[in-house]
Design a protein around this ligand. Structure first.
Ligand code: ADP
Length: 159
């Protein structure tokens, strides 16, 4: 069974992430979206909320599930019995960091490979942090998010 993990902060999950999830899920038997809990910056949503939202927006893709994790990505990959780590590439600026991470992980866990999906062009400039910034200053961010997630952002900002 071919298992992949797709790790990230997903704070919150965007249409760019969802596009990678759909395409990656079509190439493996099981895709586990790993929601990183231990971020330095304080996240907008708790890990449990992020996991729940990913579950809801991927409910029609049967081989996708979301789980929270802490610590090293390769340890999470091993727990999940995954052979692959999926990452998304938006621009050259992502490349250097991603290459460094992939090569480090390959040394730490030679049995796990990293595969990259290039972004759909229309999502090339989309990141969770941009969405949060636009939302914070009252801009229109709904077009970047699945509608259920956009609603959750509205609710969160009202609080
Ligand atoms: P961000 O906060 O920058 O959105 P995450 O840590 O949540 O980042 O992202 C997890 C993974 O998804 C990373 O590999 C990242 O490059 C990728 N990713 C994020 N946004 C996009 C997008 N719009 N298109 C393709 N890949 C993306």
């Amino acid at each position: 069974m071919r298992i992949a993990i797709y790790p990230g902060s997903f704070d919150p999950v965007t249409l760019g992430h969802l596009n990678i999830i759909e395409r990656a899920a079509a190439t493996v038997d099981k895709l586990i979206v790993g929601v990183l809990e231990n971020q330095n910056k304080s996240p907008l949503f708790t890990a449990a909320e992020r996991v729940e939202m990913i579950g809801l927006v991927t409910k029609d893709i049967p081989n996708v599930e979301a789980r929270a994790f802490n610590g090293l990505t390769i340890d999470f990959a091993r727990q999940c019995k995954a052979q692959l780590i999926v990452r998304g590439l938006r621009a050259i600026t992502d490349f250097e960091y991603e290459l460094q991470m992939a090569q480090t992980n390959r040394i730490l866990a030679p049995e796990v490979d990293t595969v990259f999906f290039t972004t759909e062009l229309k999502y090339a400039y989309l990141s969770s942090s941009t969405v949060k910034e636009v939302a914070h200053f009252g801009g229109n961010f709904e077009c970047f998010l699945p509608s259920l997630v956009a609603q959750r952002v509205h609710d969160k900002l009202k609080k």
